[in-house]
Design a binder for this molecule. Structure first.
Ligand code: IFM
Length: 477
């Protein structure tokens, strides 16, 4: 690792963005023909989210997008990553598009472009149309074909004005939190089905990439956002290193193997052979998945620490992925997860910017020449307005300063990182945790839906405007 870069100044073309996703912010779940997604169903099922909270209104971005874009422009952000709600565009998950649904995204993109903010579209951020789940969901092959059809529709509608495209966000969560541990929608707990889901998500990515390219100008960039884990061993013992291999395969190799190299890791196939024979990987699938990419999106929050174990330790899960009696890691009962040392965010996730540097350097080595974007990074804190209504969040500023400095160090070490999207623009619906975890740079009063930029938003805006990180303290307000 190079010495710290001071002052921390980024290349002039670096994108300074913020990210969100449809179900977490839009609300308006029953408007303009939108039908339920798996997250509407799941969040309205008693006991699935904290306090039974759901995204019916969320932060009402569907009606307040102009205000939200204006806020980004005032702060000086140069890029915005949002996702499209599939069931707003294709209410049954198949067939012709509902134009009024697409019109919302056309207006949003126009608004962004008018303010000089570069849009990046994520096609799928976990909100599968419920009808497709009823037909079997991601464990069914047909869902991948449906995704390709949907990708083509959105590509045709927005491809002339949006250059940066992301097929899937964090397919690991869709497959393993959705179908193995069940802490995410659709809440199934079937490890074999979760591996089938992972394959069909990969296939969806490959077919979706091809579909997008068939209708979009060649200049557009197609990527995927992976929440690639930085997996570290508790000790250097062979057993602990084998535990790292197992979790690395299940977290990373299961996606980047076929996507970047055209094959599932042999060690993954061997470790999971008691659960599945992978016979649903049909001839031609790996070719379809292994499409050349224009960029890779990396989402990073915290590293994972593992060791070998005879059995899982009793008590709350320590892998940071929610409370469930079912593991999100199929065929890994002999791996134990440990708390990493250090300060934590409100999610209980350890703050460790060195993990982001490590992750970037890993992909710089494994996918040489592929431009990288940090498509999510950020922290939840228990932010509250002070007596004057201002929201001071020095911990988030320190978090951002540390992680952006790690990105800058990686660039100095030869990595081609083109941009950073802070998670998240606004406080929003944090899935099974409801509204309790505030990730936003902008505070949202959930009673009035008033938006107030936190001190971190001003700090980040100054970084975006000047290309140099301001000091993390004293606070910029
Ligand atoms: O809020 C989520 C986001 O939807 C996906 N990546 C992680 C974030 C924080 O948990």
């Amino acid at each position: 690792m190079t010495d710290p870069v001071t002052p921390v100044t980024f290349p002039p073309a670096f994108l300074w963005g913020a990210a969100t996703s449809a179900y977490q912010i839009e609300g308006a779940v029953r408007e303009d023909g939108r039908t339920p997604s798996i997250w509407d169903t799941f969040s309205h099922t008693p006991g699935k989210t904290l306090g039974g909270e759901h995204g019916d209104i969320a932060v009402d971005h569907y009606h307040r997008y102009r205000e939200d874009v204006a806020l980004m422009a005032e702060l000086g952000l140069t890029a915005y990553r949002f996702s499209v709600s599939w069931s707003r565009v294709q209410p049954t998950g198949r067939g012709p598009a509902v134009q009024v649904g697409l019109d919302f995204y056309r207006r949003l993109v126009d608004e962004l472009l008018a303010k000089g903010i570069k849009p990046a579209v994520t096609l799928y951020h976990w909100d599968l149309p419920q009808e497709l789940e009823d037909a079997g969901g991601w464990p069914e092959r047909d869902t991948a074909y449906r995704f390709a059809e949907y990708a083509q529709i959105v590509g045709e509608a927005l491809g002339d004005r949006v250059e940066n495209w992301i097929t899937l966000n964090e397919p690991w969560c869709s497959a393993f939190l959705g179908y193995a541990s069940g802490v995410h929608a659709p809440g199934r707990t079937d490890p074999a089905a979760s591996l089938r889901a992972a394959h069909h998500l990969n296939l969806a990515h490959g077919l979706g990439t091809t579909a997008l390219r068939s209708v979009m100008p060649a200049r557009n960039s197609v990527a995927i956002s992976l929440n690639s884990s930085v997996v570290r061993p508790l000790s250097e013992s062979p057993a602990d290193l084998a535990a790292v291999r197992r979790i690395d395969d299940l977290a990373n190799g299961v996606f980047h193997g076929p996507i970047l190299k055209g094959a599932y890791p042999a060690t993954l196939l061997a470790a999971t052979s008691g659960l599945t024979d992978w016979s649903y990987v049909l001839d031609g699938d790996l070719r379809a998945i292994h499409q050349p990419l224009d960029a890779l999106g990396l989402n990073y929050y915290t590293p994972t620490l593992v060791s070998a174990a005879q059995e899982q330790p009793k008590g709350p899960r320590t892998d940071g992925h929610g409370a469930s009696d079912h593991s999100p890691w199929p065929a890994a009962d002999d791996v134990a997860f440990h708390q990493t040392p250090g300060d934590r965010t409100e999610m209980g996730w350890t703050i460790d910017p060195s993990g982001l540097h490590e992750l970037i350097m890993r992909y710089t080595k494994e996918a040489p020449g592929l431009p990288l974007y940090i498509t999510e990074n950020g922290a939840a804190y228990d932010d509250k307005p002070d007596a004057d209504g201002r929201v001071h969040d020095p911990e988030r500023i320190a978090y951002l300063h540390g992680h952006l400095s790690a990105v800058r160090r990686a660039i100095a070490d030869g990595a081609d990182v083109r941009g950073y999207y802070l998670w998240s623009l606004l406080d929003n619906f944090e899935w099974a945790y409801g509204y309790g975890k505030r990730f936003g740079a902008v505070y949202v009063d959930y009673a009035t839906l008033t938006r107030t930029p936190k001190s971190s938003a001003h700090w980040y805006g100054e970084a975006a405007r000047t290309g140099t990180l301001p000091s993390p303290s004293p606070e910029t307000t």
